[in-house]
Write a protein that binds this ligand. Structure first.
Ligand code: FAD
Length: 515
């Protein structure tokens, strides 16, 4: 009799789930478990703070439970720190094997080390598999001899080697699973209210959680074969979301909005990669290429995960060997204004409002607000911005989020500090009438288009006519963008000292064959 506990963490799916398949092998009973750990939802506060992300998670768990029930199994939900809850459950159920998918985020590495150690001490077999990425980040680390790779082109070369050795293959969902073990407690999926959170209205829902919704969304996109084949990220628009239809319909969206599904693992990145490759094969040779193509986007994801895996202190500036050491300012009032959408720059405030409400903004909106907070205007640390994103994003992913913040602040990967996003001219390229701003900031809705991105320039009579007095109904700008941008461009080294980063010190991989 082999009783097995399968611990779902990410990979909230049945399709292409190597660790679940490995768990089921030879098992006489299988306990599929999810452990509701407050720290996985808010690392900063260790508590349920984001009702939108919790909603997405609970929907994903409900969908998973429904799929497991079709296989005569069910999901068992535990509460609390997995380091305590899991060993206790394994003991109660006399399990002899614990299986889970590997996760390389820093909190997960610490947690998994503790869980593994306890499980092994209790005599359990621990089975793990890679499933979150196209390739095993450990394999890439071996190829780069333990050093973080910070160039996308170099990374693509290494990835191509690895993909040649081990091409992407996906697993179908299991046709059957071992019967569920018996449990005394109900272990049901809680509601938001039971977790002490207020449900948000449907208007805030950009994506419903779950494998089923993920697969429907992917299929809807794949039906737009020309769009998939010709996708070029720089040509997509940060303000087009308003034109979109219901999420599952896919049509009308500027980008796929699959990121929450990939983050929670409701959708396998390998499956998406494989399905997009099939569209390319039909369109060959006329399809877009990395870095701008859809495959290119999945490679960016892979790039950051592998970079994080090779970089100590990746979430921080200090002690992070790939990160420029910059003397950022510390002004809590500026950060609060940015976070709450009160900078007085409507494009920035609209994007931050969408982020807080929906938990998602377009990539270029992320660029704009990150540049504004850091080197562009406010000169605040990228770590602060990344923490705010981590709190609000539905797709919050440590590797991608902290990596992109380093990029946008010119701390790593990209160093053209003089290329800043204007909070006025940049959105005008996409949305002259300001429909996006009018949607997210209704107090500005009646302003003429001429002033929509610079409302402080509107004569008082125009402000009165629009029912929006600047400084009363909407803030005045908290900084002068022209002056801030000019200061950065004119004297970066002296006015804002950029200290040279220490040379990257390759981390020796435990399996490195070199003497
Ligand atoms: P699509 O353009 O449709 O791309 C498909 C998938 O490719 C995405 O779902 C995502 O998994 C991946 N991808 C796309 N762009 C990138 C990129 N630049 N880097 C890495 N992977 C990418 N993405 C996250 O998934 N989680 C984050 O926490 C996150 N934080 C970010 C923070 C900043 C400051 C910036 C500038 C970008 C961040 N991104 C993050 C990357 C990117 O903005 C989102 O992945 C993308 O906007 C998600 O929308 P989509 O699914 O429609 O993307």
């Amino acid at each position: 009799m082999v009783a097995v506990v399968y611990w779902f963490r990410k990979a909230l799916r049945l399709h292409d789930n190597p660790a679940l398949i490995a768990a089921a092998e030879g098992a006489s009973s299988l306990y599929p478990v999810y452990c509701l750990d407050p720290k996985t939802c808010s690392r900063a506060r260790g508590a349920w703070t984001n009702p939108n992300r919790m909603r997405f998670l609970l929907e994903s768990l409900a969908d998973l439970d429904a799929s497991l029930r079709k296989l005569n199994s069910r999901l068992i939900v535990l509460h609390g720190d997995p380091v305590e809850a899991l060993p206790a459950a394994c003991k109660e159920w006399s399990a002899s094997r614990l299986a889970y998918e590997l996760d390389y985020e820093q909190y997960s590495l610490r947690r998994d080390k503790a869980v593994r150690s306890q499980a092994e001490q209790a005599g359990l077999e621990v089975v793990t598999r890679v499933g979150h990425t196209l390739v095993d980040p450990e394999a890439l680390l071996l190829l780069s001899r333990g050093a973080p790779v910070t160039s996308y082109d170099k990374f693509r070369g290494l990835l191509a080697q690895e993909l040649k050795a081990r091409p992407v293959t996906t697993l179908p969902p299991p046709a059957s699973l071992p019967p569920p073990g018996r449990t005394a407690a109900p272990h049901a999926i809680p509601s938001l209210e039971e977790l002490g959170l207020e449900p948000m209205g449907d208007a805030a829902v950009i994506a419903r959680g779950g494998e089923g919704a993920a697969l429907r969304a992917m299929e809807a996109h794949l039906r737009r074969r020309d769009w998939i084949a010709s996708f070029e990220k720089p040509k997509t628009s940060p303000t087009e979301m308003l034109a979109g239809g219901p999420f599952d319909a896919g049509a009308g969206r500027s980008t796929t909005v699959l990121s929450p599904y990939l983050t929670f693992g409701c959708l396998s990145s390998r499956l998406l990669y494989e399905r997009v490759a099939a569209v390319y094969a039909e369109a060959a040779p006329r399809h877009s290429q990395p870095p701008v193509s859809l495959h290119g986007q999945l490679l960016w994801r892979e790039f950051y995960v592998c970079c994080m895996h090779a970089t100590p202190n990746y979430r921080r500036m200090v002690g992070n060997p790939i990160c420029r050491q910059i003397s950022w300012g510390e002004d809590a009032a500026l950060v609060a204004a940015w976070r709450e959408g009160r900078t007085g720059y409507p494009w920035i405030d609209a994007a931050m409002t969408q982020l807080r409400r929906e938990g998602w903004i377009h990539h270029l909106a992320r660029h704009a607000v990150a540049c504004f907070l850091t080197r562009g205007d406010l000169w605040q640390s990228w770590e602060t911005g990344a923490a705010v994103f981590e709190e609000y994003l539905l797709d919050a992913d440590e590797a991608i989020n902290f990596g992109n913040w380093m990029w946008l602040s010119c701390s790593c990967f990209f160093y053209q500090y003089f290329r800043c996003y204007s909070p006025v001219a940049f959105p005008q390229k996409y949305d002259k009438q300001g429909a996006y701003v009018r949607h997210w900031l209704p107090q500005l809705a009646r302003l003429p288009a001429k002033y929509i991105y610079e409302p402080w320039k509107a004569p008082i009579a125009v402000q009165k006519e629009a029912g929006c007095i600047i400084g009363v109904d909407y803030p005045k700008p908290i900084v002068d963008h022209q002056a801030a941008a000019a200061a950065t461009a004119a004297a970066p080294a002296s006015a804002r000292p950029l200290l040279a980063p220490p040379p990257p010190s390759p981390r020796r991989h435990p399996h490195d064959p070199r003497p």
